[in-house]
Design a protein around this ligand. Structure first.
Ligand SMILES: CC1=C(/C=C/C(C)=C\C=C\C(C)=C\C=C\C=C(C)\C=C\C=O)C(C)(C)CCC1
Ligand SMILES: [Fe+2]
Length: 561
């Protein structure tokens, strides 16, 4: 009975509410209760790691989650370990003070499950999508939860107990030659590619919440409260193709994205209005560097221009066709084909500038803005990014084998805040410079966010994951002051933080007036959500989940009402 009551409260039965003062207890300010932190207190608990893809747990607290076979390696950091059950919801106890204006839901997308039965995925990017939510109620309470996204790829793997679609690093093995021929046909139509929407998450101008990956069919609508998968986002236009940027640029007024064209190498720049599913073409950029477009995980824009990257890391049709992944999975590094940035005018669709730039390797662009002369004419576009020193090593660093074998070696490749200058004077070349000494952020930087009010405009601050060396993955949060060229860092021993998401205080006039939210996975198997002050970059609150949560990619903020 007691355990049922605790379950209903979202508490584990071993997590007891006690009115005592104890250094292992955390005060729940609101209720005047203390929550004794007994999660994972015993070694036995830490070693329980359940296979979850074989079963669907209904709306449950951890207490009512059925025990399942042990599968994953319990010595793994929570960040690289599949989540223990398919879904959970409960209330979290807050340590610290949540600002009273913070009212809404933080959603995070990312991999949740990296295995199907005994079959283990190889890469961080492969994991089946899981959503995490933290709902900040007006009364200061936090209601949290997580849930797998019910994509075709995930459901098929569960039903058939085998890989059925091509994920980032793994492809289903055809049983025989006929099946192989069938697979090839499916590949050309895009049917064999995954719809595992494990990457981006956005609130569209019309209120719908969309989860995305690089495949167009991996666009999925979810419910921000229940985390239900509501269905595929079906594009109603005839644009075709099967790949898209994982990161559209979404505002209340529009959804802009890039569609790489693998057959006639180039990119379509498209725009979709809120309330519609129809993308309209703004313009097209033809690749300057040969027979395949570069990978466009993300891109950036200014107030009037879209910046289209053409990276030397290009799609490899050959690798896409092969069942066995090559060294760079579906990509190949082609430095001889050079690197470019193209600038497309949002109003006319015309190419305003197209320049060759030094080689670069970028997953995430940060922001861009226009530089103007005294008469208000645009003289250049500035585009900032998290740049991996034109080195693709980071992709292999993010394989699960590497992430799970950290023994104190400093193996995270260096990264920097890169700034491109794209002149508007007809020059053939653009510049790529380092904004600040990379030591400021431990030579690690990625998964960035800014104050959304500064999108496309001159800005000063960005928030990202950084590094405290030695490490094999970014293990700190960093606030980058791009004007002073300084960083403030926040870190705790053994943590893996996900993208720090900046949420502005309503009515704020300073760019950094707000909070930064990040989900933290711990090496002892725990997880918590942390809130930092956007200005001082000091911790203001945290709330612990009752079990570990894997690393996640990106978040979004859904304000109440
Ligand atoms: C790329 C293609 C596919 C899938 C891509 C997927 C599922 C995810 C990509 C995620 C990325 C690029 C995440 C980047 C994270 C970077 C980090 C954490 C950097 C840290 C550095 O210090 C498909 C869908 C399989 C199709 C083909 C192409
Ligand atoms: Fe991303």
């Amino acid at each position: 009975m007691a355990s049922l009551v605790l379950s209903a409260m979202g508490l584990h039965p071993r997590q007891s509410l006690v009115k005592v003062s104890n250094n292992k207890s955390v005060r729940n300010k609101k209720e005047g209760w203390y929550l004794r932190k007994t999660f994972f207190d015993s070694k036995r608990d830490r070693t329980r790691d359940h296979l979850m893809i074989s079963n669907v747990a209904s709306h449950q607290s951890p207490a009512s989650v059925p025990e399942r076979e042990s599968c994953a390696d319990h010595r793994n950091h929570a960040a690289w370990t599949s989540v223990k059950q398919e879904r959970w919801e409960g209330e979290l106890v807050v340590e610290g003070e949540i600002p009273s204006w913070l009212n809404g839901t933080y959603l995070r997308n990312g991999p949740g499950v990296w295995h199907i039965g005994e079959f283990n995925f190889r890469h961080l990017f492969d994991g089946y999508a899981m959503l995490v939510k933290v709902h900040f109620e007006k009364n200061g309470r936090l209601i949290a939860g997580h849930r797998q996204i019910e994509t075709e790829a995930y459901k098929a793997a569960k039903k058939n107990k085998k890989l059925c679609y091509r994920e980032f690093s793994v492809s289903p093995k055809p049983d025989n030659f006929l099946a192989y021929v069938g697979e090839l046909a499916k590949l050309f139509s895009g049917a064999s590619l995954t719809d595992n929407a494990n990457n981006g998450i956005y609130k569209l101008g019309d209120g719908r919440i969309i989860c995305l990956t690089e495949t167009q069919k991996g666009s999925v609508i979810v419910d921000s409260d229940t985390l239900d998968t509501l269905g595929k986002f079906e594009y109603s236009d005839p644009l075709g193709g099967f790949i898209q940027s994982s990161h559209p640029i979404v505002t209340d007024d529009e959804f802009l994205t890039l569609l790489p064209d693998l057959l006639n190498p180039g990119y379509l720049v498209v725009r979709m209005e809120p309330g519609t599913n129809e993308r309209k073409v703004i313009g097209r950029v033809n690749c300057r560097g040969g027979s395949a477009p570069g990978w466009v995980h993300s891109f950036t824009m200014t107030e009037h221009y879209v910046v289209v990257p053409e990276m030397p890391l290009r799609y490899s049709l050959q690798s896409l066709l092969k069942a066995e992944p090559s060294a760079l999975y579906q990509f190949e590094w082609r430095p001889e084909r050079k690197a470019f940035l193209h600038v497309v005018c949002k109003a006319s669709g015309k190419i305003a500038a197209s320049v060759e730039v030094p080689l670069y390797m970028v997953f995430h662009f940060i922001n861009a803005y226009e530089e103007k002369d005294k008469d208000g004419r645009v003289t250049a576009v500035i585009a900032d990014c998290c740049e991996h020193n034109a080195d693709t090593t980071i992709i292999e660093t993010l394989s699960l084998k590497n992430l799970r074998s950290f023994h104190g070696q400093d193996v995270l490749p260096d990264a920097r805040v890169g700034r491109f200058t794209i002149p508007f004077d007809g020059s053939q070349f653009g510049k790529l410079e380092t904004v600040m000494d990379p030591e400021e952020h431990g030579r690690g930087v990625d998964m960035c966010s800014i104050n959304p009010a500064y999108l496309g405009k001159k800005y000063r601050y960005a928030y990202a994951i950084g590094a405290k060396r030695p490490c094999n993955f970014p293990n700190s949060l960093t606030k980058l002051d791009l004007v002073k060229q300084k960083a403030k860092n926040w870190c705790e021993e053994g943590i893996v933080p996900s993208e720090p998401l900046f949420v502005a205080r309503p009515g704020a006039t300073e760019e950094d007036d707000g909070v930064v939210i990040s989900m933290i996975s711990e090496k002892n198997g725990g997880a918590y959500v942390v809130l930092l002050d956007g200005s001082t970059f000091e911790e203001i609150a945290r709330a612990r989940f009752p079990f570990g949560l894997p690393y996640g990619f990106h978040g979004c903020w859904v304000p109440e009402n």
